[in-house]
Design a protein around this ligand. Structure first.
Ligand SMILES: C[S@@+](CC[C@H](N)C(=O)[O-])C[C@H]1O[C@@H](n2cnc3c(N)ncnc32)[C@H](O)[C@@H]1O
Length: 219
């Protein structure tokens, strides 16, 4: 059977135990890295944040800790098992809302310019390049002027220069599309799309990056 290029749609047991599997596979480091990345986002108490491909809503919950009464995180996903878990978190936290919404299709007008920030965490690499650009365009539509795009994903790096164990894990566990994702100059692509003031922060020895950019008034 041909190997699937993308592993970004997650179903069944893998989806139901997503957080646990990730914690075991990374020895708990993924959660700690996301906590640090979210701290660096400098979330303001009144922000409205969209979480594109929110999974079980764990990062949405992490971001919600920084919000006051008027702040909100709206998570978008298409995975039933993921949304079921996320909606359980919503029952206990009024800052959270989760919606079935494909992020690679145009968002309903009610979400246009509604958010101060869009987070896309470990989602973008799993799509073909034209779809990644469509998702970034949807993020542009969702963010108000002056708002921030926060991407947490693989950084650009040369796989050949990485330790053997990392190379093995990256090529066997990650999807084919991730190997292609790391070859793009994302800061330049974002600038070409009109995003400005790009900043970055790296984690895991430079292999993972929080890349942020702003939507300014004109494009
Ligand atoms: C690797 S998980 C990342 C989850 C979470 N953002 C994180 O950082 O842990 C990818 C998520 O993207 C979702 N996804 C895949 N294709 C999607 C699409 N077209 N629209 C919305 N979500 C999608 C999957 O259901 C899954 O929850």
């Amino acid at each position: 059977m041909a190997k699937k290029r993308s592993k970004i749609e997650i179903h069944g047991l893998e989806a139901r135990y997503y957080d646990l599997l990730l914690a075991v596979a990374t020895l708990g480091r993924y959660g700690r890295m996301m906590e640090r990345a979210i701290r660096h986002m400098n979330i303001q108490p009144d922000e409205w944040i969209a979480d594109f491909g929110c999974g079980p809503g764990t990062n949405a919950s992490r971001m919600a800790r920084y919000l006051g009464c008027s702040g909100k995180v709206v998570g978008f996903d298409i995975g039933k098992e993921m949304l079921d878990q996320a909606r359980k978190k919503q029952e206990h936290d009024p800052h959270l809302q989760f919606e079935y919404q494909p992020i690679d299709e145009p968002l309903p007008a009610k979400w246009h310019r509604r958010f101060d920030r869009v987070l896309i965490s470990f989602v973008l690499h799993g799509f073909e390049q034209p779809t990644r650009l469509k998702i970034l365009q949807n993020a542009w539509m969702a963010i108000r002027n002056g708002g921030t795009l926060s991407i947490v994903d693989w950084n650009e790096f040369n796989l050949a220069n990485q330790p053997l164990i990392f190379r093995w894990m990256f090529t066997h566990i990650e999807c084919e599309l991730a190997s292609e994702f790391i070859s793009y100059n994302w800061k330049q692509l974002l600038r070409e799309m009109g995003w400005q003031n790009c900043t970055e922060r790296t984690f895991f020895g430079g292999t993972v990056r929080l890349l942020q950019a702003q939507k300014t008034a004109s494009r």
